[in-house]
Design a protein around this ligand. Sequence first.
Ligand code: DMJ
Length: 792
Amino acid sequence: MSATSSESFVRGQRLMLIFLVALCIVVACVLSTETTMPTQNMSNKERAELREEARDMFYHAYNAYMQNAYPADELMPLSCKGRYRGVTPSRGDMDDILGNFSMTLVDTLDTLVLLGDFTEFEHAVKLVIRDVQFDSDIIVSVFETNIRMVGGLLSAHILAEYLQKHADTMHWYKGELLEMSRELGYRLLPAFNTSTGIPHARVNLRLGMKDPMLKKSRETCTACAGTILLEFAALSRLTGDPIFEVRAHAAMDALWKLRHRGSDLMGTVLNVHSGDWVRRDSGVGAGIDSYYEYLFKSYVLLGDDKYLARFNRHYNAVMKYVSEGPMLLDVLMHRPHAKSKNFMDSLLAFWPGLQVLSGDLKPAVQTHEMLYQVMQMHTFIPEAFTVDFQIHWGQHPLRPEFIESTYFLYRATGDHHYLQVGKKALKTLQQHAKVSCGYAAVNDVRTGKHEDRMDSFVLSETIKYLFLLFSDPQDLIINVDEFVFTTEAHLLPLSIAQLGNATFSFRQTDEHNVLDFMRTCPSSNKLFPEKVRKPLRNFITGSCPRTTAGKRLSALDFQASNADHLRAVYDMGITMVSVGDRSQGKAKSHEEGEMGLQFMQEMLELTKMQSINQLAQLQAVAYATDEKPQDWIALMAGPSHFSPELTGDQFVQGDLILAKPLRACDETLENAEEAKGKVLVAERGDCTFVSKARLAQKVGAAALIVCDNVPGSSGETQPMFAMSGDGKDDVLIPVVFMYSMEFGKLSAVMQRRKQPLRVRVMQMVEFKRWQLAKEQRQNQTASVAQKPDKEL
Ligand code: DMJ
């Protein structure tokens, strides 16, 4: 493993001191003359044409599915046939979505109503009632079955009753879909029988948890367990059976208890029995995404303040640790200052939409802008892309998240930019994903190669959000503002909150006047996202290759020794003062001046953050000097992600001993007996940090120091980093890393001493505090000693 930038946390002390006062004046002057221009408006005619194109897209995909795949769960658009669980060759865990229950049709029912196609809706509902059954010996994902099937059935039931009432149709309908969703809900319930109340990830539709394949089931993801409440609350309130809502609330409560009490962040994978975290990465994308979404939307749908309070706590934590400018980068929930990944995943594209709903528009505009640039750069947003916007995982299964956020941003701002973005997304799908039998996922955005896969969310979300974006709310049969969109874009009416049992009525559509929102201050109609987007316009342009002109240099990337960086900083109007040299920066253009301001803001934040991180995370290996045993010296060391953190006045003390063999990569050590209770030293290399740590723990060492294998390396000249593990947390002894120069000093003392060298592994900040207290005590004693006798 190398000390990558994502792992480094000690950079502040090496950043060149930059003076910015003069610069800020220069830049501010430049910016004061700046005006911003809104995006070109889209005509009503064009918008209507795009809405009709979205409708055509829907029917192209829907008809392909109905004619060639139904009653299968999914359409395989390249082979133009249905995908059946247990019949079509397995794709492994991915197939847990499929329950042989006509998933695409169920998932799509409410879109038919939004399109105003009541005839097809009625026909489709009849098919579902006739054909779909759940008594199958199949293991399915609880999360996916809930959001796609339970959610699909519930919203279709709600809309069927709505049409009975308002469109004088479907009078034969007697709540069959609600009964089906109740039955499916019961089949999911055995998954909730865990000691924590957090549901298992999978369940057998017929056997519950009694399937022998589920014996070892224990891990689930945060989003999997935390994306149940909307559907289950609706199910309980519509059927009058409280069990679903009770179980879903309990799961949410249990998850909340597992947050990290220091950072307020959640991990991604946990053990449903013990409640222990298995993966502590924390972001807003894969594995967590819809848990945050459901906290907020549970508040909106059910009106329970508890969920808003929880959402706010998490939201603040995300904005503090995960959000970095427009980017959202995973950190470790227990070490939130250290980034744990250097890539982002496409699922996080839902986040700006959620930010819009929660009222935080500015960061939503910024992140959406970044994602739009990623999309333009790679045609589609790849499943995962690096911090410099290169492809990490090139697949694109025609996901909805980016279009969903585009829709919410348009609804909140009325800015036609979002219509243009939607147009681009729509045309891209038409050009690169449309095949004769539906729409095919893209296997790799670099090659554009297709995959024989059309997920049900393409119809239920991707195309639905496109259609909604280009539709005027007044033209829709239902007032979408009276509904909450579930994570699968199913519609649940807000009136559910008023329901104690099985009956409810829709609120009148004129209950909320749109004008009320326009009168709010500040009015969302007056917000001007262009101003926020503009500085980010070149955020990622030119990052491939990295050095191309136009890419904004961020403070995080800045290196004082890099001539290009110095020039870029100068061009942004920043005056730098280094030893004996003074060059007055003058912003070349308005845009660069604006970038300069942003750069300085980041630099200030970074310096602040780094000095805090540096102190908080830096470890120390301390020992008493030869001369005065009461005087201690501490050498700088780095922490690890996989071992317990020594905090406060905690330390581990022991005699130093070198591992034999030094690399400590074998089954055991030659000097295993001797190493018991000691602070073991192993050299970096040949095997992973964590395997050395496991060996040290196995032989009973009190702590492990891993010393670098690169001669001359030092924490004084290169960034310190935290050693990565493998996601498991079985290492219980402290493990620290020392560069060669620092370890060299320790080794020299060790060799000089006749007695074993006793060391303390502790936090550097604690060592400093300890030293300071000692000095103060000494000073006090000295001053007392100097005081004249008569004053005593
Ligand atoms: C959908 O099934 C849902 O939006 C879910 O919350 C996340 N993944 C897919 C779409 O990408």
